[in-house]
Design a protein. Structure first.
Length: 628
């Protein structure tokens, strides 16, 4: 199994380089934003009978612009140095006239990966960098190298997968997996761009291969999900079912969860007599506060977690280590908990075939309460996952392994619920008293911004935010409810004065005081009425009730029309009503899904336009006017 490639030119990850100017006649009809093209991308993985394997990579990249030269002239190869070795077989720059400039030995160097530098006890990752000489637009960069692995990342599982970034032209891409003849291979793809190829295997070997080209370039617009949600993806694997990955991981994790007297004592001390769900809360919240989390690239570190006892002693771990520690502490209290493998990328369906590197993060699953917990998240309650963990494919390990999906954000109540009492004076000054209740991930966002601040520093930050919105006046006070109670809604009560809203006169005009934050989730979808790729939104349920007390003697010349729209992707409404001197504005937005298909995108665009235009409605007040 492999996912070691981290060159800037790689198309195996979603971190592709957006392209900027075309210099190639072959792509003259495409948008002029292509910085480089891939002439060859070939990866061949050969498994030996003793379980070791070798990954052979052959790449030819052609920078087309100076931006392409800058991004592609240095390639980086990441690997786990504790069980793998890299060998550069050939690397050179070839000019348009056919002159070859080999990469000198001193331009190939190895250094520790960032995660190995920050947490060497968790990763022995290395990065081998190759710097190509004398590169100009139109030249080609050639590299062949191998990575030999002493054993697979997970026992008995080998896989290879390639994802093509749709904005990078590819003349030829091929992946091949060879295994001993007794080993079955399973292959599948996302979409129909890849083609299964016949391979002449070596004696006593089984082989599968995919090949494709991607000459038509497209550019995912702002607000698109991860490429793995929709771009061409091919996978070849020795595993037929995801549960095989879970069982292989169990072999690595079970020894790490060995109970010790120290762990037993720590769990009992932390629980302080609590049992059941109360014990889960106590242990989980203690870990959030006391075990520091670091980010680890498992392609460089491997999936073997450190022991729970060592993580407890160090007070620091990655998501894998922290999941193992939390499971072990809960196990000491007779509460079953198991690690669960997940990806935090914006992908919401499993890979078409089994590749362990579909996952890059670990949660904890507590079967008795059907809870998914992320101990690396400082501000998540036990019933509300961080947004990047919600709605994703998740592989539960342990004795009952299965692939499922983490819960979507709970929209049974508004994530943001605002109630504002506004009083507008004849001088153009508005007094604003607002109570805002936040739940779920909306509360986590605010808590993460506020938890580290207090006193004058807190008020300074809040006032800066007030002025950055363009408001004239001042934020006078703010109060919190349940600021540190992560399982309770977070309440914020603010008092503000805004000046200069209009110049007094017989008639005055101002912007209708609607809640502009409701339009923010849809701002990326106002420009285009049609899309050919899926779109990504954050599931939302937001409501805002505003009561505006008008100056004595002033009345609206007219009120905007009410809006009530129900679509296949969500709903939006805004209602206006006048009662005496009080104008009431009720605004609602509900978006229950993460991914909106290209077919349903026009409905999303409609909601985006409506919510955006509502925040720009004018309010004309006329003195002495009687509305008929």
């Amino acid at each position: 199994m492999t996912r070691h490639l981290t060159p800037k030119a790689a198309l195996l990850t979603a971190g592709f380089i957006l392209l900027t100017v075309s210099a190639n006649p072959a792509f003259a009809r495409e948008p002029a934003q292509v910085n480089y093209q891939v002439l060859l991308l070939r990866q061949e993985l050969s498994v030996q009978k003793n379980g070791a394997y070798t990954d052979s990579i052959d790449r030819v990249i052609q920078p087309l612009t100076m931006a392409g030269v800058q991004s592609q002239s240095q390639m980086q190869i990441g690997y786990p140095a504790n069980f793998a070795q890299v060998h550069i077989l050939e690397a050179y720059t070839e000019t348009a006239s056919g002159v070859k400039h080999p990469v000198p030995a001193d331009a190939i160097y190895t250094q520790s990966s960032p995660d190995a530098l920050s947490a060497p006890f968790l990763s022995d990752g290395r990065i081998q960098s190759v710097v190509f000489p004398a590169v100009a637009p139109g030249d080609t960069l050639h590299i062949r190298y191998t990575i030999h692995y002493d054993h697979p990342y997970l026992p008995g599982i080998y896989a290879i997968s390639t994802l093509l970034a749709p904005n990078v032209p590819v003349s030829k891409a091929q992946i091949i997996l060879h295994t001993p003849a007794a080993q079955k291979l399973y292959a599948a793809q996302q979409g129909d761009a890849w083609h299964a190829m016949s391979v002449s295997p070596a004696k006593d070997a089984t082989s599968r291969s995919f090949e494709t080209s991607l000459n038509k370039v497209s550019y995912p617009p702002l607000g698109s999900p991860a490429l793995t949600q929709y771009a061409p993806l091919a996978v070849i694997s020795t595993a037929e079912h995801w549960t095989e990955v879970a069982k292989a991981y169990n072999q690595l994790a079970t020894p790490a969860m060995q109970m010790t007297p120290e762990l037993q004592k720590a769990a009992e001390h932390l629980a302080h007599g609590a049992t059941g769900l109360d014990a889960v809360k106590v242990i989980y919240y203690w870990m959030q506060k006391n075990i520091h989390s670091v980010s680890i690239n498992y392609a460089n570190a491997g999936f073997t977690p450190p022991s729970a006892s060592s993580t407890l002693q160090r007070g620091v771990g990655d998501s894998n280590a922290n999941a193992v520690l939390l499971c072990t502490l809960l196990g000491a209290l007779h509460i079953e908990a198991v690690p669960a493998m997940i990806s935090t990328s914006a992908r919401f369906h499993p890979y078409p075939a089994v590749d362990p590197f579909a996952f890059g993060h670990f949660l904890v699953y507590v079967p008795a309460y059907h809870l998914f917990l992320d101990p690396t998240s400082r501000y998540a309650g036990i019933h509300s996952l961080p947004l990047e963990d919600a709605g994703r494919p998740v592989l539960i390990t342990g004795k009952n392994p299965r692939m499922t999906q983490t819960p979507l954000p709970d929209l049974s109540l508004p994530l943001i619920d605002k109630h504002s009492q506004l009083r507008l004076s004849a001088s153009g000054t508005m007094h604003d008293q607002t109570v805002e209740i936040r739940r779920g991930y909306a509360a986590q966002d605010i808590r993460s911004a506020l938890m580290g601040s207090k006193g004058r520093m807190l008020m300074k930050g809040l006032r800066n935010g007030f002025y950055e919105q363009g408001d004239l006046g001042q934020l006078e006070s703010i109060a919190f409810q349940n600021r540190k109670k992560l399982d309770q809604p977070l309440g914020l009560k603010t008092s503000a004065v805004k000046n200069g809203l209009f110049i007094p006169g017989h008639s005055v005009a101002m912007i209708m005081p609607t809640d502009t934050s409701i339009a923010k989730p849809l701002q990326a979808f106002t420009a285009e009425s049609v899309r050919t790729t899926p779109s990504l939104i954050n599931p939302s349920y937001m409501q805002s009730d505003i009561s505006l007390k008008l100056p004595q003697g002033y009345q609206p010349a007219y009120l905007p029309k009410n809006i009530d729209v129900q679509t296949s992707v969500g709903s939006y409404s805004i209602h206006y009503a006048l009662s005496g001197q009080t104008l009431k504005i009720d605004q609602r937005l509900k978006l229950p899904e993460f991914v909106i298909s290209a077919k349903d995108y026009p409905a999303l665009h409609q909601l985006a336009i409506l919510s955006s235009s509502s925040t720009r409605e004018g309010l004309l007040l006329v003195k002495g006017f009687t509305k008929r």
